[in-house]
Design a protein around this ligand. Structure first.
Ligand code: GUN
Length: 278
């Protein structure tokens, strides 16, 4: 008899809307509207778009959104501005949109954020807590992915998880969280010679690289859970975004797959605000 696998395409918009409604209610019950300060230290249209998405959601759920955009800043004045935000009681959360302009010291700037207000969880202190299995927050994308796994009742403990891409924002902290939850985790780079051999072992395959069609059907185990965090924008006129996964072919093999767009992305944005009201 042919094997029938039940495949599900995950709908990130629907779950994000549900979480958004819950957030809005929680914020209405607070005595004061929380404020999020976002630093945008580049002139990159993609970063502007991400920041705009955060602003729109903030307005919908009742968060005061304070954007500090500096296109030609140097490290020391930025550190000073972050310090001012740390000291303002009305500011509940601070984040610095990445990437930074060349010449800025990323580690120094991120570590200037008060860890209590570091809702993007990128300070060394908060990443250290994640590594130690005692997280205060999770980075927004990591939190979004874990929300998907929980919502879809994906068992993590005892499973083989492969994370492709080792960024400080996604790959590395995600590998730590999955490991702390009892998965056997391989963190692999997209340049790995034996990438296919490694990804084929994955019960849970998560890719966060930003290269279209990096993950082909032949690289995926039958029945795997496939989470696609990659984003590639085409540069022709009919613009579209693509994930890392050859979605059309891989979806016939996976038991659960997240599309791009509309998978992890919407959850990343709401996750930042979940951290804010924590
Ligand atoms: N740029 C792209 N994604 C992110 C993110 O999750 N956090 C920050 N700070 N910058 C980003």
């Amino acid at each position: 008899m042919p094997k029938v696998s039940v495949m599900k395409v995950f709908d990130g918009h629907q779950l994000a809307l549900q979480i958004e409604a819950e957030l809005k209610q929680k914020i209405q019950r607070l005595k004061r509207r929380p404020q999020l300060t976002v630093f945008l230290l580049n002139n990159n249209p993609e970063s502007q778009l991400y920041v705009q998405k955060k602003k729109v959601l903030a307005e919908r759920i009742g968060v005061n959104f304070n954007l500090i955009q500096l296109i030609k800043a140097e490290t020391n004045p930025v550190l000073q501005l972050i310090k001012e935000q740390n000291n303002q009681r009305s500011v509940a959360g601070i984040m610095v949109q990445l990437p930074l302009n060349r010449g800025l010291n990323e580690r120094k700037i991120l570590d200037a954020i008060d860890p209590q207000k570091d809702v993007d969880c990128l300070t060394s202190k908060n990443l250290g807590l994640v590594a130690a299995g005692q997280p205060r927050f999770l980075p927004a994308t990591v939190k979004g992915i874990m929300t998907i796994l929980t919502q879809e009742k994906v068992v993590v403990r005892g499973r083989q998880a492969v994370v492709v891409g080792g960024s400080n924002i996604v790959g590395k902290p995600l590998a730590m969280v999955l490991s702390n939850q009892g998965a056997t985790v391989t963190l692999v780079r997209s340049s790995e010679k034996n990438l296919a051999q490694i990804t084929r072992q994955a019960d849970i395959l998560i890719t966060a690289v930003g290269r279209q069609n990096l993950i082909k059907a032949s690289m995926v185990k039958e029945g795997a859970v496939v989470i696609d965090v990659g984003i590639t924008r085409c540069d022709n006129q009919e613009c579209h975004v693509y994930g890392d996964v050859d979605f059309k072919r891989v979806k016939t093999k996976a038991s659960l797959i997240t599309p791009v767009p509309g998978g992890v992305g919407p959850l990343t944005v709401v996750s930042l605000f979940e951290n804010l009201i924590l």
